[in-house]
Design a protein around this ligand. Structure first.
Ligand SMILES: *[C@@H]1O[C@H](CO)[C@@H](O)[C@H](O)[C@H]1NC(C)=O
Ligand SMILES: *[C@@H]1O[C@H](CO)[C@@H](O)[C@H](O)[C@H]1NC(C)=O
Ligand SMILES: *[C@@H]1O[C@H](CO)[C@@H](O)[C@H](O)[C@H]1NC(C)=O
Ligand SMILES: *[C@@H]1O[C@H](CO)[C@@H](O)[C@H](O)[C@H]1NC(C)=O
Ligand SMILES: *[C@@H]1O[C@H](CO)[C@@H](O)[C@H](O)[C@H]1NC(C)=O
Ligand SMILES: *[C@@H]1O[C@H](CO)[C@@H](O)[C@H](O)[C@H]1NC(C)=O
Length: 495
């Protein structure tokens, strides 16, 4: 009943909007017929009705278009005093679009479209992505489909606007933590809130809505140590979302499907459990991307990489393999605690051996004095990344930084950015049941295949880097891209 009423209200609003549009169009039309403002403008009579509606109508009702995606809508436009608009076209050459001139369809200024239509436009463009062959900037083997990735990424840069709710008390909301093993939620939050490119100040122009909460801060604030009770956390988030849904019209429009959150703590998924729409519809970027728990859904949610940041001022401190292949003297390396279901089995079969399998509980001092943890990664062909209590492991990104091929052991784990990356081309996934054969599996990988995997890791590295101010194709952009990509996938089911 409530939704029926709401739909009717929305429809009414839309109709009212339409009436306003027609009135405005009439005024613009009258103006254009009788008061030619700019002599370069062709007579309105030569325009077809459709092109008139498409260009002058919308343009006159909306704020001036962006010159390109890196300029935020609030910044003044270059050339805004003239009637020409410079845009980045799909091939990034500058194209001059004259308003009030009949245009070919592909030059349609899609950034003027209402958010829903812009998403549909992007979706169709990606489905018909031009084939990318030998792009010097993109190493094709690491992607599922490099043409799709390239087109989707460039459209994201040009179109996507995110509205960030200002609601929510600190420190649970709006307080990015940039250090430690949950740093990726904090880094994303900080860079998103600072973004001049992607933030929409006006929610009506947004394609996505960000719930700026920190799963780690939620735990810090509300979890009673030893209680084993996550309910207060989930209730808190439920109340937050209900409050947004009653205060603003945006949540109810899609029942949360165009909203997203980014959470790296193991408990991230559970904190959404008490709000049905949040749990089922909202796009959740989660480190704990485990499909067996019924919360993370492959293709809808986003597997967020876990990145351990020791020095927030130097997030790239440990990046770089440098070593020649012959200096990778160990076959495989792991050092760490032995909790969770996988690591004790790893320890049982491969711990404390005197060969090329270097599997330690924690790196003993006598060994780390001579060769540090990071040096071990750089001196190994394969870095073992077994799940801990949950499927995710910060070792995957550590291995990528050290240019060591990750060996992932965590059944039901959806790998980071699985929607666009082809993990078989730069990693080895070993089913948990095959741990007893681990050494044979790794020895069975030919040198040629190994070099191809390691080349993939090096090419992949930039997608996992944090920069204090985001760079093209870096981790911030990859997270946002996967959220955008998955949202585009969903919209096909909607009218
Ligand atoms: C306006 O556009 C022209 C052509 O692209 C360019 O040469 C010129 O610098 C621009 N003017 C301003 C103020 O940006
Ligand atoms: C967009 O603007 C930025 C900086 O203003 C510039 O570096 C970039 O080349 C522009 N891109 C296009 C497609 O015009
Ligand atoms: C990649 O996607 C494009 C666009 O959908 C398609 O035409 C092409 O065949 C795909 N390439 C591969 C290798 O699947
Ligand atoms: C959204 O829906 C909820 C539950 O149906 C309702 O309580 C709330 O008032 C609605 N919000 C708006 C802005 O209409
Ligand atoms: C110390 O590490 C080097 C490699 O960096 C190795 O060759 C050497 O055998 C190690 N020494 C000891 C005592 O483990
Ligand atoms: C992914 O990579 C593997 C190994 O390089 C390759 O065999 C497979 O065809 C690739 N898959 C896609 C979808 O490109």
């Amino acid at each position: 009943m409530a939704t029926l009423l709401l739909r009717r209200r929305l429809r009414l609003r839309r109709r009212r909007g339409c009436r306003r549009l027609i009135l405005a169009l009439a005024i613009v039309a009258a103006f254009t017929f009788f008061v030619p403002l700019d002599p370069s403008v062709k007579p309105a009579a030569s325009l077809s009705a459709s092109s008139f509606f498409r260009h002058s109508g919308r343009a006159s009702l909306r704020p001036p278009p962006l010159s390109n995606s890196s300029l935020h809508s609030s910044s003044p436009l270059p050339n805004s005093s003239t009637s020409d608009v410079v845009v980045g076209s799909s091939d990034d050459k500058k194209v001059v679009v004259r308003p009030l001139t009949k245009k070919k369809k592909e030059e349609r200024p899609y950034w003027l479209l209402p958010p829903d239509e812009a998403l549909m436009y992007a979706k169709r463009e990606i489905e018909n992505a031009p084939l990318v062959i030998d792009d010097p900037d993109l190493y094709a083997p690491i992607y599922r489909n490099v043409s799709v990735f390239k087109r989707s990424y460039e459209l994201m840069e040009k179109i996507l606007k995110v509205y960030i709710y200002s609601d929510g008390k600190r420190p649970i909301f709006h307080t990015p933590e940039l250090q430690g093993i949950y740093a990726s939620e904090g880094w994303f939050m900080k860079l998103m809130e600072e973004s001049k490119v992607f933030v929409a100040k006006d929610p009506r122009k947004a394609h996505l809505f960000y719930l700026p909460y920190s799963s780690r801060q939620l735990k810090e604030a509300l979890y009673v140590p030893g209680s084993h009770n996550l309910r207060p956390l989930a209730i808190y988030l439920k109340d937050y979302v209900n409050n947004l849904a009653s205060k603003y019209p945006f949540w109810n429009r899609t029942k949360g499907a165009d909203h997203f959150l980014v959470a790296c703590h193991d408990w991230g998924p559970y904190t959404t459990k008490f709000h049905d729409e949040l749990c089922k519809n909202t796009i959740k970027a989660l480190c704990n991307a485990d499909t067996s728990e019924g919360i993370f859904v492959r293709g809808q949610d986003v597997s967020l990489p876990e990145t351990t940041i020791k020095f927030p001022k130097k997030p790239l401190r440990y990046v770089g393999g440098k070593k020649h292949l012959s200096e990778r003297i160990f076959l495989a390396f792991y050092a760490g605690n032995m909790h969770g279901r996988v690591r004790p089995i790893l320890q049982k079969y491969w711990g404390d051996r005197d060969d090329d399998m270097k599997i330690y509980r924690r790196l003993p001092n006598r060994i780390s004095r001579n060769m540090s943890y990071v040096e071990h990664m750089k001196s190994s062909k394969f870095c073992i990344c077994p799940m801990g209590y949950e499927v995710n492991s910060p070792r995957i990104v550590e291995a990528i930084y050290a240019e060591c091929v990750p060996v992932i052991i965590a059944d039901n784990f959806v790998l980071p950015f699985d929607e666009v990356l082809n993990w078989s081309s730069f990693s080895v996934v070993v089913p948990e049941k095959d741990i007893p054969n681990l050494r044979d599996i790794l020895l069975g990988i030919s040198l040629r295949r190994y070099i191809s995997l390691q080349t993939g890791v090096k090419q992949l590295q930039r997608h996992f880097l944090w920069h204090a101010s985001p760079e093209k194709y870096d981790l911030f952009h990859m997270i946002l891209h996967s959220i955008w990509f998955n949202r585009l996938k969903q919209i096909q089911d909607q009218p």
